[in-house]
Design a protein around this ligand. Structure first.
Ligand SMILES: Cc1cc2nc3c(=O)[nH]c(=O)nc-3n(C[C@H](O)[C@H](O)[C@H](O)COP(=O)(O)OP(=O)(O)OC[C@H]3O[C@@H](n4cnc5c(N)ncnc54)[C@H](O)[C@@H]3O)c2cc1C
Length: 417
């Protein structure tokens, strides 16, 4: 693997940038692998990387029906935080934040992880109670989170409107300083490059169309648009299409797939120092390093597999943004788009084994799985390699929807971006 360094940049600069090699190969699929990952988003690529790096499984492939990072990984608003309420969630999401903190060094690829702080606004007495409860619960788990008055919130984010002259005045905010953002494409490309260098075959334009099981019911092969590939282990990280892929093996999941939209403004000079989220009036915003304001909306109310949504959803979000940040009222929006998110009844993910031997699933991250990318990938790789749960993903089973051990972040926070 060609390593990035100041010396390399200098050297390539002198030779007209002509010496850079392709970041990963484009191999033909082999007839058989020790394991196959379905889905070339950050979660799938990361799982393949950790399988190769930490568990020595090098004869493995990632099958992606489109292009790497073309799913939700390349469509999200990149908010990273770990201030979830329940112990299980704090464990999983903070595991991810700790991995984020060293990821650029680990991959020798700048994922532009920026711990600029995530501030969640409280607009009602209920919000205040809920967020203060989060602050206390997070601290008990060793996760940083602090309560700010409206004045302290404005000092942290000067464009914020804290006047009483708005429909939902700001009563305070919860701030996680270790939260922030990362560059989404770079996460996919960084994992892809590192996995490829360890021998993982990354196969794009290869859709999985069937999962074959042997007489004992275990996985034995996948059918794809590029032929049948034998394998005893299949890990599925297909986000909004997980229920379709698992359906190929006869597994039903408690998932609903919704469009989720985001948009960006014209680029402007640095004005917005952190990430701000408002669950109550449903908007979240940060500024990218290119200068665009990155704005996220809520899910559409109907289920769909189209990667677009209703115009009234971003319109409502922009109304909320203009109320929170009146200085942005005259800005132009450049682009909007949608992704398909897979939502579980308790708004927590499912990561682990399935009733089919050799079939593993990582799904249900809904509107908030980007932040978990390294943690989910790391624990999924463990589960695939050892055929047993990692202590951190152990509570996030499929069985919890049968036995009632829910991790109900929906009830805890109403929304979980
Ligand atoms: C608009 C939007 C904003 C978001 N904002 C945030 C945020 O701020 N913070 C946050 O933490 N999360 C956010 N999310 C959620 C986050 O993007 C996802 O949870 C996360 O990226 C999921 O990663 P993944 O690798 O599992 O999925 P993906 O990146 O979607 O990868 C799955 C891949 O599987 C492939 N695939 C599907 N079916 C098949 C098949 N049959 N064969 C082969 N390949 C297949 C797809 O093409 C896709 O590339 C947002 C999502 C959206 C849509």
């Amino acid at each position: 693997m060609q390593r990035f360094s100041a010396f390399q940049l200098f050297k390539q600069g002198l030779s007209g940038q002509s010496g850079w090699k392709p970041q990963w190969r484009s191999p033909e699929p082999k007839p058989a692998y020790d394991a196959v990952i379905v889905g070339g988003g950050g979660h799938g690529l990361g799982a393949a990387y950790y399988l190769a790096k930490q568990h020595g499984m090098r004869n493995i492939a990632i099958l992606e029906k489109g292009w790497l990072g073309g799913g939700n990984t390349g469509r999200n608003t990149t908010i990273i935080r770990s201030n979830y309420l329940f112990d299980e969630s704090a464990g999983l999401y903070d595991h991810a934040v700790k991995l984020w903190e060293g990821l650029s060094q680990e991959l020798n690829y700048n994922v532009m992880f920026s711990q600029r702080g995530v501030m969640m606004l409280a607009h009602t007495v209920h919000d205040v109670q809920v967020f203060k409860r989060h602050v206390h619960a997070n601290r008990a788990n060793g996760v940083d989170n602090e309560w700010l008055t409206p004045e302290e919130a404005k000092a942290y984010c000067p464009p914020l409107n804290i006047s009483d002259n708005m429909r939902y005045p700001i009563l305070g905010a919860a701030l996680q300083r270790r939260g922030g953002t990362a560059r989404h494409d770079a996460v996919a490309w960084g994992y892809a490059r590192a996995a490829d260098s360890l021998g993982v075959d990354i196969i794009e334009n290869c859709e999985v169309t069937g999962i074959r099981r042997n007489a004992a019911g275990a996985v034995e092969a996948v059918e794809t648009t590029r032929g049948v590939i034998k394998t005893p282990k299949v890990g599925v990280s297909a986000a909004g299409h997980t229920s379709v892929v698992l359906g190929m093996a006869g597994v039903r999941l408690p998932l609903e797939s919704y469009p989720l939209q985001a948009l960006v403004s014209e680029p402007i000079k640095p004005i917005f120092p952190c990430v701000v989220m408002s669950n109550t009036i449903h908007a979240y915003i940060s500024q990218s390093d290119k200068g665009e304001l990155v704005i996220g909306a809520g899910t559409d109310i109907y289920t769909s597999y189209t990667q677009r949504g209703g115009l009234h959803i971003p319109q409502h979000t922009l109304e909320a943004i203009c109320e929170l940040f009146p200085a942005f009222r005259r800005m132009k929006m450049l682009r909007n788009w949608g992704g398909i998110v897979d939502v579980t009844p308790d708004r927590s993910p499912i990561v682990g084994k399935t009733p089919v031997p050799g079939l593993y699933v990582n799904c249900g991250w809904g509107t908030g799985g980007f932040k978990a990318t390294p943690g989910a990938a790391h624990t999924l790789a463990w589960t695939i390699a050892k055929d047993e749960p990692h202590p951190i993903n152990a509570p996030f089973t499929l069985e919890r929807f049968r036995d009632g051990h829910l991790i109900d972040e929906a009830a805890a926070a109403a929304v979980a971006h």
